[in-house]
Design a binder for this molecule. Structure first.
Ligand code: URA
Ligand code: CA
Length: 441
């Protein structure tokens, strides 16, 4: 097949056949198509879009470009959850233990931080000793033994996406709905789960800033799931401010422990319960979202969820005593309290800028090879809608140095806007998208 002809067809806005799309994806995975042709093709897709059939064909071709994980040795309906990426978004560390404590197997492949967003693997690795590199056999055995495992994606999972994602980053083609949807879904379908719950973020810290764009992305991913025979549902949730109050790896683990211990409630717990409820429903463990929520709350209140987190940490080589004594998690050298300094209502938070503020402190990577400092980050003490005065605490900084703390303080201040008039709190979620359609809330 001739790659120039395939690029030409897409340039002219003509739909590609499955064979043409497969040729493109496999050529990306095995290196036989040069980067300049892949880049031209990505831009043609970015400008002319793809039909639902083309998007599904691309997803399946990328899935099949590498190994597809076989989880059939784990009995029951395996449900995965995936977030399009957020700030202070520690839902996995809360809902995975709660869902597992309800008897639903959780075989989770998670990601690392990217840009301003945090990643579950980086957070877990802040627990001394914990490893996220398990073989497929160890992964399956652990899920069968304790009902829960969280690992990194193997190099052989969707290699076409690996190549294309890296090229998109440098060819201004990340923001393409069919490319985002096929990228995420190829990896989710390759990870072997039977059903998938997607958390599609919207707002200042999300890939899709508007609700309508997020719903469109959610709909495309649900359609791919339906066309490939796997139940997928998506919840569009707000990322107009960090979801939790803690931003930074060990800090987010601490917050997850606080939530599972019943010490902390709020938006992070609510969104975790929402997504977890949908996981129980697609698994069949509960008939309704309300019944599922009650099961999760039982697991929270009885301490079964916290117990499951302790088991997960121990099974993956980590120090489980962190759960009972969070002071065993890495601690930063400098701790500084910052106050708001003015009166008003918190009106807007630029969640993307807040994510980059934590990244700059060392909580994320600026270059691929950077090593994360698990101890750094900050705890926010205000949320949108709060009334504040000059000496209201704004945040507590956990930094490597006074200079880092000063830089973070300036960035956080610049990312938070106050107004004179009262501001209402933003909704936690906006829509639920299933094969049956879109339900706006
Ligand atoms: N996450 C992915 O895995 N792929 C994208 O394209 C965007 C977010
Ligand atoms: Ca943004």
């Amino acid at each position: 097949m001739n790659m120039i002809e395939i690029i030409t067809k897409k340039k002219l806005g003509q739909p590609l056949s499955r064979e043409e799309i497969t040729c493109f994806a496999l050529g990306a995975a095995d290196g036989s198509i040069p980067d300049y042709q892949l880049g031209a093709m990505l831009m043609a897709i970015r400008l002319n879009g793809m039909t639902p059939q083309e998007t599904t064909d691309l997803t399946l071709a990328m899935r099949d470009s590498g190994d597809v994980c076989d989880l059939s040795a784990i009995p029951g309906v395996k449900v995965d959850k995936h977030s399009t990426g957020g700030v202070g978004d520690t839902t996995t560390l809360i809902l995975a233990p709660l869902v597992a404590a309800c008897g639903v197997p959780v075989a989770k492949m998670s990601g690392r931080g990217l840009g301003h967003t945090g990643g579950t693997l980086d957070k877990l690795e802040s627990i001394p000793g914990l490893s996220v590199s398990l073989t497929e056999e160890q992964f399956v055995r652990q899920v069968n033994e304790i009902g829960l495992a969280v690992i990194g994606q193997t190099a052989s999972l969707a290699p076409a996406d690996k190549t294309l994602y890296a090229l998109r980053d440098v060819t201004s083609t990340v923001d393409s709905l069919p490319l985002i949807a096929s990228s995420i879904m190829s990896k989710k379908l390759a990870s072997g789960a039977d059903a998938i719950v997607l958390d599609v973020k919207t707002g200042s810290g999300a890939l899709m800033e508007t609700v309508d764009d997020a719903i469109a992305l959610a709909g495309t991913m649900v359609d791919i799931g339906t066309l490939s025979g796997k139940p997928v549902r998506a919840i569009v949730t707000g990322m107009g401010q960090p979801l939790g109050t803690h931003i930074g790896n060990a800090l987010e683990v601490k917050e997850a422990i606080d939530v599972l211990s019943g010490r902390t409630t709020g938006d992070l717990l609510e969104v975790s319960l929402l997504l977890g409820s949908h996981m129980l429903v697609v698994n069949g463990r509960a008939d309704t979202v309300e019944a599922a929520r009650a099961l999760l709350l039982d697991a929270l209140r009885s301490g079964a969820g916290l117990c499951k987190l302790r088991e997960l940490i121990a099974a993956q080589g980590g120090d489980p005593s962190c759960v009972d004594d969070v002071s065993r998690l890495p601690r930063s050298a400098v701790i500084r309290e910052v106050t708001v300094g003015r009166e008003g209502y918190v009106a807007r938070m630029d969640a993307e800028a807040l994510g980059y503020a934590a990244q700059a402190m060392g909580a994320g990577r600026v270059q691929k090879t950077d090593v994360i400092d698990p101890s750094v980050g900050y705890v926010l003490h205000v949320r949108i809608g709060d009334h504040v005065v000059a000496d209201t605490p704004l945040c507590t900084l956990y930094a490597r140095s006074e200079a880092d703390a000063a830089r973070a303080e300036a960035a956080i201040r610049a990312a938070i806007t106050t107004a004179e008039d009262p501001v209402s709190k933003p909704p936690l979620w906006y829509a639920i998208v299933t094969a049956d359609g879109v339900e706006r809330v």
